[in-house]
Design a protein around this ligand. Structure first.
Ligand code: SF4
Ligand code: SF4
Length: 406
């Protein structure tokens, strides 16, 4: 089957034929490896789409799909979250942010809680909206919280260039932007991930191109397939990966050619290069990774909130028991966290993976009712019951990982 030329990606007839094809390929892998295929999705939207579309459960007997460091909110280090919250507490500062950040728990409080205490925190839909706030409020310093990957960074770079062109001096960006390929490289270099391949992010790859992922095959001998977000895109991605593994071929392929080009988007890449410089960044779970962060370049230092604001931060702490760091490395599924669906729920999240709309725990909570039910049943059985956590196939806890939580 030619996975890259799928058309009519919402056609049910075609879907049934594709599912049959994918299952055949996965069975081939099973015969070759003597076990299920184990893939990592490196995009929060893929995590959500696999659950929402039912593809995760449809293929769950033949493929294990684990999440990776693919949600920009989830991978933001606790110290960076604290810095953002602390910024909102400074007098004369207006913080502007995408909505996902509002409820992310810092070490002591959240942006939302600070807003109820009087901080001026505003949700914006684009960095240019933040510029507008800066124009309207010249007496305040307006800080935009820059959280995102290669997809978001060009828009922030554009806003910063606009601020310079308009001579807006009361605008600053607190950059926690990150490059995704270095995180995947670090995850693999650390070993222990036990993966057979990667479902590569559709949107990030629009900017990086398939080229940005060639290192997977070159350095680690692993296949990767850039994939879109519709159910048939997901199936095509898994099908192509299964074919590659069944044939023992480590290649990086593009199953999303209607959007992603080999060399990516040079204009977006140029915007990133002009405004940011690669710097070490700390990732939740993965720790510090060289050249994985986008710091604001020296020429734009006047717009760098980290340089302009004097933040005094007490040490950060991750909520006790939260295993977002392990979820983000594919070491456990969300159901492997003892707090999942019990103490940690979307209305009262303990970790960022339950807050973000692209978070793995939120995706499981919303679209995998069996996993939620299994977690609650385990609690009803109590500590003496047979197994205190879900034991079903899809609710399995560690995936070659660190076992029990804190
Ligand atoms: S920014 Fe795009 S590629 Fe990244 S997690 Fe979100 S949807 Fe996926
Ligand atoms: S269930 Fe909650 S506490 Fe546990 S890993 Fe997920 S977000 Fe973190």
């Amino acid at each position: 089957m030619d996975w890259t030329t799928l058309k009519g990606f919402r056609d049910p007839e075609r879907a049934r034929a594709v599912v049959r094809g994918v299952r055949q390929e996965l069975e081939r892998v099973d015969r070759r490896l003597g076990r299920k295929l184990r893939l990592m999705e490196v995009c929060g939207t893929h995590t959500v789409s696999f659950s929402r579309s039912g593809v995760r459960s449809l293929l769950g007997d033949l493929v294990e799909l684990v999440s990776g460091p693919g949600c920009p909110v989830c991978v933001t280090d606790q110290a960076d979250i604290d810095a953002m919250i602390e910024t909102a507490r400074l007098p004369g500062v207006i913080v502007t942010t995408f909505g996902d950040m509002m409820r992310v728990p810092g070490s002591r409080t959240t942006l939302q809680q600070e807003r109820t205490r009087g901080a001026d925190v505003r949700v914006v839909y684009s960095p240019l909206d933040a510029l507008k706030v800066a124009e309207e409020r010249p007496e305040a310093t307006v800080v935009f919280l820059g959280v995102g990957f290669e997809t978001t960074a060009p828009a922030v770079a554009h806003a910063l260039l606009e601020a310079e062109a308009r001579r807006l001096r009361n605008f600053a960006v607190l950059s926690a932007h990150k490059y995704t390929p270095p995180a995947v490289r670090a995850l693999l270099a650390a070993g222990g991930a036990q993966l057979d391949g990667f479902v590569l992010p559709g949107h990030v790859s629009v900017v990086t191109g398939t080229d940005g992922w060639r290192f997977l095959a070159r350095e680690f001998g692993l296949p990767g397939v850039v994939t879109g977000f519709e159910p048939l895109d997901l199936l095509a991605g898994v099908g192509e990966l299964a074919s590659l593994v069944a044939e023992g071929r480590a290649e990086v392929r593009n199953a999303y050619p209607r959007t992603v080009q080999e060399h990516g988007n040079p204009h977006a890449q140029e915007l990133i290069r002009r405004v940011f410089r690669p710097a070490e960044a700390v990732w939740r779970g993965l720790g510090p990774i060289p050249e994985s962060g986008m710091a604001i370049a020296g020429a734009f230092a006047a717009y760098d909130a980290r340089k302009r604001l004097e933040l005094e931060l007490p040490p950060s702490r991750v909520p006790p028991g939260c295993r977002c760091g392990d979820v983000l490395q594919g070491k456990i599924l969300p159901t492997g966290c003892r707090l999942f669906a019990v103490a940690c729920r979307p209305e009262r999240p303990i970790g960022p993976c339950m807050v973000s709309s692209e978070g793995a725990c939120a995706a499981y909570y919303q679209y995998e009712p069996e996993a939620v039910e299994a977690a609650l049943a385990a609690v009803r059985r109590g500590p003496g019951g047979a197994g205190t956590r879900p034991t079903g196939a899809r609710a399995a806890a560690p995936v070659g990982g660190s076992g029990e939580g804190a």
